[in-house]
Write a protein that binds this ligand. Structure first.
Ligand code: ZN
Length: 381
């Protein structure tokens, strides 16, 4: 068996895990090679957290996990428009979003490398997740946020003790600021670092375990950088390859119409996202105009037999109301999955599973404005 190592997805160069880097010298992003899967016969004896699937993350054997019992979020059933849907309540996590899965694995790995200071860029949820786990691990953390980031999200990051730097301009400018800081502080990037994606795979394993070692026919997930979609695909694919499951779910990726580079590339049969002109959207969590891992995301969509859907802000807010009316309070980015479900092919609507990624408590200001009939907070992308 080959040792777990970084492999550049552009030039193919291999790096050992001890190298303190987040991408290849050529600028390409890494994938991990040599990662195996867990032995399912051992799961019964393990704690309810993402770390029950530890072997599937590819982390070193002597790594000490930084965990707050993240993951193992429930799947509940609710009826919408005459259909019964399954909702993966993935916002029920320590910092209120699915990103705790990736942050737990990435911060554990960074601590294993002996690094004490990290930086990250985020429009909110990833910044909160990385700050939370940095606090748990005792690391110094700086988060670069776009200047339009809602105050509630910035407050959460500050409460974890991280320094917040507001960057004027677009989302991409915060990304550039973090990369330029990475010469003095390790860039703990949810966008670039493959161990973040490794942690996200755990959601696929939980879905399989909680549905009695079966996979649903259709999974709908929001797509910003696309890391969650990629992680779900990698998780489902490893289950099928190992014989633990029969067939990949069709993965449907949702983007906001105002910022839909992955959707545009998918419908035009492209393998990469072009720089596109983007507008504003209420779903600021998925407003990523230039996703660095687009090639892997587009490949995952196609290999699963899935496709993309773009939804308007009005459709997202209607869906948020429907979900809240069923007792499920999630942020607009998460509500985009129900908005998309209402537009997908009729044969895919039965038994779909929607992944709800972020708590509605993160978007209370946005919904407050919406209820008052104003123009809800929208992010410039
Ligand atoms: Zn390379």
């Amino acid at each position: 068996m080959i040792p777990v190592s970084y492999r550049c997805t552009v030039c193919g160069r291999i790096y050992p895990l001890q190298e303190k880097i987040f991408r290849c010298g050529c600028g390409g992003f890494f994938e991990l090679q040599g990662v195996s899967l867990f032995d399912k016969s051992k799961l019964k004896l393990r704690m309810r957290s993402i770390w029950r699937y530890r072997e599937a993350f590819g982390v070193p054997d002597d790594l000490v996990q930084i965990s707050m019992e993240e993951g193992c979020t429930p799947i509940v059933e609710r009826r919408f428009d005459g259909f019964s849907l399954r909702l993966k309540m993935d916002f029920m996590q320590p910092s209120g979003s699915f990103k705790d899965r990736g942050a737990s694995v990435l911060v554990s790995f960074i601590s294993w490398m002996g690094i004490k200071e990290i930086c990250e860029d985020s429009s909110g949820n990833a910044g909160a997740a990385v700050s939370a786990y940095a606090a748990a691990a005792g690391l110094k953390c700086t988060v670069f946020v776009p200047s339009y980031t809602p105050e509630s999200k910035i407050t959460q990051i500050r409460m974890y003790g991280a320094e917040v730097v507001r960057v004027p301009g677009k989302r991409q400018d915060a990304n550039d600021a973090a990369i330029s800081k990475s010469s003095s502080s390790f860039y703990a990037s949810h966008l670039w670092h493959p161990f973040f994606v490794m942690g996200l795979k755990s959601a696929a394993f939980e879905i399989w375990e909680d549905l009695g070692e079966m996979l649903p026919p259709v999974v709908i997930v929001p797509v910003g950088s696309g890391g969650f979609l990629e992680g779900l695909y990698l998780g489902f694919d490893s289950l099928v390859r190992s014989g633990y499951a029969k067939k990949l779910p069709k993965i449907i990726g949702v983007q906001a119409s105002a910022c839909a580079p992955v959707h545009t590339a998918f419908v035009n049969s492209q393998n990469e996202c072009a720089e596109i002109h983007t507008g504003v959207t209420v779903a600021e969590g998925i407003a990523v105009s230039r996703p660095p891992r687009a090639r892997a995301v587009l490949s995952a969509l196609r290999k699963s037999g899935g496709y993309t859907v773009a939804v308007e802000d009005g459709e997202i807010l209607d869906a948020a109301r429907s979900l809240s009316g069923a007792g499920v309070y999630v942020e607009p980015t998460s509500a985009s999955t129900l908005a998309a479900w209402r537009k997908i092919r009729s044969e895919d609507r039965e038994n779909a599973l929607l992944v709800l990624t972020g708590s509605g408590l993160k978007a209370t200001d946005t919904y407050g404005t919406f209820l008052q009939g104003g123009d809800a907070h929208r992010s410039r992308v």
